[in-house]
Design a protein around this ligand. Structure first.
Ligand SMILES: Cc1cc2nc3c(=O)[nH]c(=O)nc-3n(C[C@H](O)[C@H](O)[C@H](O)COP(=O)(O)OP(=O)(O)OC[C@H]3O[C@@H](n4cnc5c(N)ncnc54)[C@H](O)[C@@H]3O)c2cc1C
Length: 386
């Protein structure tokens, strides 16, 4: 079976959904492929809270906002913040219904480009989609960061990245060691403890971050202004780019949310700042004996890597499988993008975290979905009229 479309959007997370709404508003013929909000459903734990608030909504048209969703239920942001994962998923579902967004819940296995510059996507059910333009919005999943120097010290088969460890029930009564010292490390620690893990150790090389409310308010105008000035971030001198990234880092990484403090500073959770693993060994009883560089030891059953994500576009399987990747210009693992997210392959756009090098680190957050959708929408409309 072959479907044809002007625009194929691959990925039905916040970036893909926002773009589908924009395409709808611009009357661009499109198909959205991917499982709606799958990453949030399958790779984040039940009971998680968001760091972002109600202002980071999904609608480029500013109509189907979180505030409107709340108002229809007689609620205010104060009643629901901090936002739970469950709440955000309900909002995303409402947003899809409002915008009449329908996704084909399938995976693309291979993306090819033909000699006459059209795209062919091969889907997991054996069908294909022929498209004039493609937007890749596949988020974080393919970019799990497992630092080799760390992993080489760990026993095979006894560790998992936070992306793959979101069901804590099997860890009831177990001792866990979490490697990492940012929001995810602390949130996984709280949730593991609450799920009945008998001991949780949170280990990081750096000092522990502060429990303090992050201030994201300065990010909103920067990202919104990029609709008018999409080259703003890339045109900054490196020192200023670094300063913007450091400021975001200071909010996102040097602070963890204050509502975690009471949940983490409890018996049963031990935080080990400025601590490095020296070696591990599996004992005859199958326990993991972990020795730190300072000579201290702990015995655990499982290790969790809260080591974040790092873009490497060649790890996206359908790009690696097809004939597009060898033609794609990249720098430091990121695709090189123009001011409307278009790669050097005409008609192929890439957004979300993978756009962070050219558009700034905000593209790892949902604040950027509307700017992304509008800028890509402008380019797609221009292509249609050229
Ligand atoms: C633990 C954690 C907490 C976070 N908390 C926040 C927060 O509070 N606020 C915030 O703004 N951001 C937060 N983020 C970041 C946020 O998750 C991302 O910014 C956002 O999910 C990116 O959206 P996306 O649409 O690009 O991709 P995703 O949400 O990752 O969705 C990916 C989509 O691509 C689809 N897909 C994947 N592969 C294929 C394929 N081969 N074929 C077809 N479809 C495919 C999936 O089915 C899915 O629909 C958090 C991230 C993590 C890891």
């Amino acid at each position: 079976m072959t479907r044809t479309t002007d625009l194929l959007i691959i990925g039905a997370g916040p970036f893909g959904l926002a773009l589908a709404a924009e395409a709808q508003a611009r009357q661009i013929d499109h198909l959205l492929v991917g499982k709606p909000m799958e990453f949030w459903q399958k790779h984040m734990p039940d009971g998680m809270y968001l760091r972002s608030a109600c202002d980071w909504h999904l609608d480029p048209g500013n109509d189907a906002t979180i505030e409107r969703f709340l108002a229809e239920q007689g609620l205010t942001p104060a009643a629901v913040e901090p936002l739970s994962l469950a709440f955000y998923l309900t909002y995303a579902q409402w947003f899809q219904a409002q915008e009449q967004i329908v996704a084909l819940p399938l995976y693309v296995e291979k993306l090819d480009i033909t000699e006459d510059a059209r795209f062919v996507a091969w889907l997991e059910d054996g069908s294909r989609i022929d498209a004039l333009a493609v937007v890749v919005a596949v988020g974080f999943k393919y970019f799990k960061h497992l630092p080799l120097d760390l992993v080489s010290l760990l026993p095979a088969g006894r560790y998992a990245h936070t992306c793959d460890l979101v069901d804590f029930a099997p860890l009831r009564g177990k001792r866990c060691l979490i490697l990492g010292g940012r929001q995810s490390a602390f949130e996984w620690a709280a949730l593991l403890h609450e799920a009945g893990a008998s001991a949780v150790h949170v280990v990081h090389r750096h000092a522990s971050p502060a429990f303090a409310e992050a201030d994201w308010s300065w990010v909103n105008p920067l990202v919104e202004n990029m609709v008018e000035n999409p080259g703003w971030f890339r045109a900054l001198p490196q020192a200023e780019k670094d300063a913007v990234s450091r400021r975001l880092w200071a909010e996102g990484r040097l602070k963890v949310e204050p509502w975690l403090e009471q949940r983490v500073l409890v018996d049963g959770v031990k935080v080990w700042p400025e601590t490095e693993i020296a070696r591990t060994e599996v004992t005859a009883q199958g326990e993991i004996l972990v020795t730190f560089a300072n000579g201290a030891t702990v015995v655990v059953d499982n290790i969790v890597l809260a080591t974040g994500y790092k873009v490497a576009i060649d790890q996206v399987p359908f790009l690696a499988q097809g004939n597009v990747l060898p033609q794609l210009a990249t720098r430091n693992g990121f695709p090189v993008l123009d001011e409307h997210f278009q790669t050097n392959v005409p008609g192929l756009f890439i957004t979300s975290m993978a756009a962070g090098q050219d558009f700034g680190p905000f593209f790892g957050f949902t604040i950027s979905v509307r700017t992304s959708a509008r800028l890509i929408g402008q380019a797609l409309s221009a292509r249609q009229h050229s």
